[in-house]
Design a protein around this ligand. Sequence first.
Ligand code: ADP
Ligand code: MG
Length: 702
Amino acid sequence: MTSDPSLSGLPKAVLAALTKLGIDSQFDLVLHLPLRYDDETVLHPIAAAPTGAPVTVEGTVVDTDVKYRPRRQLVSRIGDGTGVMGLRFLHFYGSQLRQLAPGTRVRAFGEVRSGLLGPEMIHPRYRVVRGEMPLPRALTPVYPTTAGLGQETLRRLVGRALAAADTADTLPPGLAGRLGLPAFGEAVGLLHHPPPSTARAALDERSHPAWRRVKFDELLAQQLSMRLARERRRAGTAPALVPRGTLTRARVAALPFRLTRAQRRAWRELERDLARPHPMQRLLQGDVGSGKTVVAALAALQCVENGWQVAVMAPTEVLAEQHHHNFARWLAPLGVGVAWLAGGLPRAEKRAAAARVAEGAAKVAVGTHALIQDEVEFDRLALAIVDEQQRFGVHQRLALRMKGGARAGATPHQLMMSATPIPRTMAMSYYADLDVSVIDELPPGRVPVATRLFSAARRDEVVRRVRDACVAGSQAYWVCPLIEEDTGEKPAAPGGRPRRARGRSAAQQMKNVLETHAAISATFPELKVGLLHGRMKSDEKAAVMQAYAAGAIRLLVATTVIEVGVDVPNATLMVIENAERLGLSQLHQLRGRVGRGGEAAACVLLYAEPLSAAARERLKIIYENRDGFEIARHDLRLRGPGELLGARQSGVPMLRFADLEADLDLLDAARGAAGELLRADRAAARRHLERWLGGRHELLKV
Ligand code: ADP
Ligand code: MG
């Protein structure tokens, strides 16, 4: 259960509770910092005890009785010469009646309210005072805890750990001082036992220098581990894919559009990276519709020009199928074979595709997770492209890179794409070991999508309008949110934070999409209405998407399977039901499916009332903003980096203390210090990493 021998003397139940809190070592206890503090350092006269915050009073019991109205309860009254205070207990033991016998001296800590018969405390913490009992000299820490582990026990354990653990400074002398930060041991000592003179607001807001020291150390550990990962990668070898231009130039010339300036810049960065004999690890970021796919295709061609193979992996079958379609369309005329590998393929077809990949007949393999299954082996893999990378876990991305295993000693280059723009602070922090290219410009002629909000009460009206628009020649999506098995993101709970839907609610939403499809088809028989959801067979899905792309289907009723990457430029209208349940980035992604063809486009968000405050805020943000980076910043603020990175499974250790928005200056300082340590004092860097990450940092960010 625990690996640290210093904890091993503890009772099993305590150890189990500690494990639940993520505490495995003495040092974890040192870093188990208080949620807040109680001030028990001052004794207040009863008559002058302030209300609104818990205080300590002390007095002699006047009387103690069990009362039966309005319900059974124990009421004890204590007096200190200035006044009388009631202590009221709704749950109590019989023994308390004796313990609080008249004449007993009692010290009570709680919030004072004015009761019917004067001031009182409900369920105060109290102690019988015998002889001298000095007041605590520091604020009392209140720790995050779990069932079965009381504050008293935790305080004792933390106190012991503080005394026993090594809290010596890991930073070279002078560094902390230069940054205006206290020594580490001093900082954690203060946070656990702040003297009463400590500025309370600075403690509560975590802006106190002691807090800033802990946050700085955390950020420094993160930066160091990322830098080391990057160094390791740069020391590795990869096939040098020099730009020959034999295929890429022809491809660019045949495009029906000119690449945007931002696309050309990103492409140049890729071109240069791929030519190096070290594995590239680059994230290609760009808002929905900015045209990442064609840039990825050019990278693929540069790889093929050099006689190597490319894998292109996408998180949903619908998106992978679309990539396959595009890559085949773009590459086949150049004589480049493209294979298709998805989970839903008949066995024989899958085996045949895998064989073409293994023999090297197919230079490019496009697919879903099926690409990383055992039976798929590449002949000469030199580039792994992962679209919507935040949907994949670190192990899946790694598995894809390992597919080049046939050629020992070389690691394929990796290109990751993401349409969930990552705010600068987050990229600096979590992606410090990646190189990032940004396509910060949309192709010309895009018309901003008009966003409308409608209460679900007006659903019939919306249905009619969509019908009219489709009859008049438009193409529309009607989205019924459904939790997909193959995506990482879950719709947000009405109360705010996303939650995992249980089977039943998934079934309910499934019913919703089927019923909506049936109802709209029945009401408007003149309209060709299609249906798309994650549980359909692969070829059915592909057929529906093709019919929709070709315009044969005018209205597509779909689950959120269309959320990522789907590109049908003719579609100009989208309705999203239960929009109040979706997260910001999901709404932004969905909305980005329309407005791609240069014609005016609209997105209708239907919401069910009553709206929670959080849902109202999300809808307001999506209504007012269309820049993905702006929306991502809001998303980071509302949900935190864990959700935004898409995966708790991403392998990136989440920050516990530092806040990327509030502590930007510390992040900058930590970046600087990380560089300095790795140049000048690697021993200090190692000590610091060892303290913060233990053995764990070897696993980070593969
Ligand atoms: P995303 O970045 O969201 O993955 P896509 O790669 O799917 O975007 O591209 C969106 C659409 O824009 C596609 O239809 C694509 O063909 C088109 N497109 C890409 N680049 C350009 C460009 N430079 N000019 C015009 N259209 C473009
Ligand atoms: Mg895309």
